[in-house]
Design a protein around this ligand. Structure first.
Ligand code: ADP
Ligand code: ZN
Ligand code: ZN
Length: 672
């Protein structure tokens, strides 16, 4: 398996007699390719080839005996991904192949590895239970479709604690009872141990769990258990959508709003759309759930609503704290509320708080007080962030690090100013104020601390304390003794120049609010300098229906997804001129290609010409990243297929053109 854009395959090989019996569509073979040996996947078998007989080479050997590595559905899925995301079949196949397939080619012996053991974490029993009327109404379309072996999609829109997971579990039971397999996608295993534990507890050894801390051997062992049918349920992050399960009946998509479902390498697939396609191919059911569904899903999927928490507890009170006119940092109300939580803890009851600040490090940037010099990354046009404990400043885009500067490189001054505060500083400041005697530990969860599972476990085990961190603290955790949740700088995400900024902000606040008061009375404080922003007002009143209605209206007016499809082409090169001229060419050729597509007979409904609504925006300059200058062109298309096809053709042509040697092109369909 090679993954350069240039290898476009498929390629024909002659199948020798001795390999015939064991080779099927989906089998893996080692083949000669030029001077190299590559891993190939059989994507078709034919009686004859258009290549002359004497020029056909034979594969060297088969990789595995027995059933082929890939079933027909996964092969079809790979083809779909290659086309849908303007990638190549080779790269798409790499997604569905057994893990580390390429590594096993290098001739290393495979050792027998015992499957990973699943240790249930956390506790929530309720064996579960007669479903509420709302839960039953949500489960019904799933079981109906399973019974009829019909592809179906359902959106489960339910506040946190409304019993969504219980519906997933019973839907999985129904699929298993019919002999069909199940995939459960979660945003990040380390942050969602509870849902994993509930599946393993309910279904035992038939569950395979894929998570980032498995060794390649363990991962492969889990893959085998699924491929051979020993495991019929796969729980995992986005790549689990490719789990080798025959006769798949159900795909659960938990926290469907989570941005981690989008893959950032080529092919830039979105596991949510891949899941929908896989369900369609296999006549399976897609069950997507969230307390804060995306506007796209709201528009596309029939929704079932779980309107209240199962235990009847009200959602926590949310108070918006206007920070205009206040010094940065914590609002007096926030300090007071944290002191109250600590007092509860000291009285012997459980008192815990979660504080979200979506910014890592100690200070956002450093500047020289004398000449104004700002420390920035040598390879990217961004400021370096101070990490105090580590003693370095770092680029959050490429990872570049330097020791903390003692003086200015430009003027020699030693007066270095630190601006802004991140999670590291917040942890330090809170510990100073509240943990003077060690009874109110302040834990930190962000990408800089060690394994998140251990931070979460220590916070859970503590009698009292605070968990502070980036958006990681707002994921699906279920700590019954958290009574206070605080969002600092809640409008930070609103300031992103992105049409999803409001959706993100709403989801972040609403999700964090869902962490408070799960075992008693809860309270949420939202610090912001934009207290009237729509996302914040709706989040404060737990009004996701109101927010979504307004958001869909806005998207329709501005023709953003789901009312259009976005495709982004980024051209990067060492010089800004090369990147810019490649982007100009992308724009020109796209306009040509798309207007040609318009001239061709269109299947569009009469009286409307949707392709005329397609716009090509840019080129615009992006900030320099990893030493490369970048320019972007964006297509806003009414019709998806022709636009994706045109973009794929244009980019392929330009990538092959000598005039643009040294430019790399990356295509992102449905960019996040
Ligand atoms: P969500 O996934 O929406 O956060 P859960 O499925 O985790 O909600 O449900 C919240 C709690 O209520 C869990 O402890 C769960 O076991 C319990 N629960 C769910 N459904 C029922 C039910 N029908 N009867 C009793 N308890 C239930
Ligand atoms: Zn200076
Ligand atoms: Zn950098």
């Amino acid at each position: 398996m090679t993954s350069t854009r240039a290898v476009r395959g498929p390629f024909d090989y002659r199948l020798p007699e001795e390999l015939r019996a064991g080779v099927h569509v989906g089998s893996m073979l080692v083949v000669p390719f030029g001077r190299r040996e590559l891993l190939g996947v059989v994507v078709g078998l034919a009686e004859r080839s258009e290549v002359a007989e004497e020029r056909l080479l034979a594969p060297l050997r088969a990789i595995d005996e027995g059933p082929p590595a890939l079933n027909a559905e996964l092969l079809a899925l790979a083809r779909w991904i290659a086309a849908e995301y303007c990638s190549t079949l080779a790269r798409a196949l790499a997604l569905v192949l057994p893990p580390a397939a390429a590594r096993r080619l290098s001739g290393r012996k495979r050792r027998a590895v015992p499957p990973a053991r699943h240790v249930p974490v956390g506790a929530s029993s309720a064996h579960a239970a007669t479903l509420t009327a709302e839960q039953q109404a949500a489960l019904a379309p799933v079981t109906d479709a399973l019974r009829a072996r019909r592809a179906e999609r359902v959106l489960l829109h339910g506040v946190t604690g409304s019993g969504k997971t219980e519906v997933y579990l019973q839907a999985a039971r129904a699929a298993l009872d019919q002999g069909r397999g199940v995939i459960v996608l979660v945003p990040e295993i380390a942050l969602t141990p509870q849902i994993v534990a509930r599946f393993t507890r309910r279904f035992g050894d038939t569950v395979a769990v894929l998570h980032s801390r498995l060794t390649p051997g363990q991962r492969y062992a889990e893959w085998r258990r699924l491929r051979e049918g020993a495991a019929r349920v796969c729980v995992g992050p986005r790549s689990a959508v490719f789990a080798p399960i025959d006769d798949l009946g159900l795909i659960v998509l938990d926290e469907e709003h989570d941005a981690s479902y989008k893959h950032e390498g080529d092919p830039r697939y979105d596991a949510r759309d891949v899941a929908a396609e896989r369900a369609r191919l296999g006549d399976a059911v897609l069950l997507a759930g969230s307390a804060t569904p995306r506007p796209e899903s709201m528009q596309r999927l029939p929704a079932r609503v779980l309107s209240r928490r199962v235990d009847g507890r009200p959602l926590p009170d949310v108070q918006v704290l206007d920070m205009r006119g206040h010094a940065p940092g914590l609002h007096p109300h926030t300090l007071h509320a944290l002191a109250e939580v600590r007092a509860v803890g000291r009285s012997g009851a459980a008192g815990k708080a979660i504080v979200l600040l979506n910014r890592r490090g100690w200070s956002n940037f450093l500047s020289c007080r004398d000449c104004g010099h700002v420390w920035s990354c040598p390879d990217c046009d961004v400021a370096l962030v101070l990490h105090q404990a580590g003693g370095y400043v770092a680029c959050h885009h490429c990872g570049h690090r330097e020791p903390v500067p003692a003086r200015c490189g430009d003027c020699g001054s030693s007066a270095v100013a630190r601006h802004g505060a991140g999670t590291e500083r917040l942890q330090h400041d809170l510990a100073q104020v509240f943990d003077d005697d060690g009874s109110f530990p302040v834990f930190r969860l962000d990408a800089d601390v060690g394994p998140s599972a251990s931070v979460l476990a220590r916070f859970e085990a503590a009698k009292s304390g605070a968990l502070i961190g980036t958006q990681m603290v707002a994921k699906g955790h279920d700590f019954p003794d958290v009574s206070l949740a605080v969002v600092l700088d809640a409008d930070a995400t609103l300031r992103f120049p992105d049409f999803r900024a409001e959706e993100r902000t709403f989801a972040l606040i609403a999700q964090l609010a869902g962490r408070a008061g799960r075992g008693g009375k809860g309270r949420v404080l939202v610090q912001t300098i934009a207290p009237e922003a729509r996302a914040i007002v709706h989040a404060a009143s737990h009004d996701s229906h109101g927010f979504l209605a307004g958001e869909l209206q806005r998207r329709r007016a501005l023709r953003y997804p789901p009312f259009s499809h976005l495709i982004r082409v980024v051209c990067s090169a060492e010089s800004a001129r090369a990147a810019g001229s490649a982007a100009d060419a992308v724009r020109t050729q796209l306009l040509e290609c798309l207007s040609l597509a318009r001239a061709a007979p269109s299947r569009a409904p009469a009286g409307r010409d949707p392709s005329s609504e397609t716009a090509v925006l840019g080129p615009a300059t992006l900030f320099r990243l990893r030493g490369r200058e970048r320019a972007v062109v964006e297509v806003k298309a009414a019709e998806r297929r022709p636009a994706v096809r045109a973009t794929g053709q244009v980019v392929q042509r330009l990538a092959d053109a000598r005039a643009h040697a040294g430019v790399s092109f990356s295509v992102d369909v449905d960019p996040q």
